[in-house]
Design a protein around this ligand. Structure first.
Ligand SMILES: [Zn+2]
Length: 134
């Protein structure tokens, strides 16, 4: 099985500069604080969302929201077996949107979205080339 690999981008949150690696010089900030984006497309989408936020069309933009995947067994004990991490969450003026930017969608991502829908009732919005798979 081949794994889809996109070029990562690291963003310095202090001065908003993008870096191809989590190293090098920036404004003096610690590279450990840089935010990782899995692809250039996801990074670009982040800037689009920042613009929308600036324009007042969305608000409360947050990165990489996490949703624990917890299951309960037949005797009622729960166990957290993993977590789903989306790329963005924000509010438009009517609801909370959880968005995943996908260069390419995968069966695992699709399955995780189904779990998030079942547990949290969240219909994840998929953007990017990875078209939404129902
Ligand atoms: Zn910087």
């Amino acid at each position: 099985m081949t794994k889809y690999r996109a070029k990562r981008v690291f963003l310095c949150p202090q001065c908003n500069h993008g870096h191809p690696k989590r190293e090098g010089k920036c404004c003096g900030s610690d590279p450990k604080t840089w935010i990782k984006f899995d692809s250039q497309g996801e990074y670009n989408r982040y800037w689009e969302l920042r613009q929308l936020e600036k324009a007042g069309e969305i608000f409360g933009l947050e990165l990489q929201p996490e949703y624990p995947i917890t299951v309960r067994n037949l005797v009622g004990d729960s166990e957290t077996v993993g977590k789903y991490i989306a790329d963005f969450t924000y509010y438009d003026h009517t609801r909370t949107i959880v968005e995943d930017f996908k260069g390419m969608d995968t069966p695992l991502s699709k399955f995780k979205r189904k779990l998030v829908k079942a547990i949290y009732g969240i219909d994840v919005l998929v953007t990017g080339n990875g078209r939404r798979v129902r």
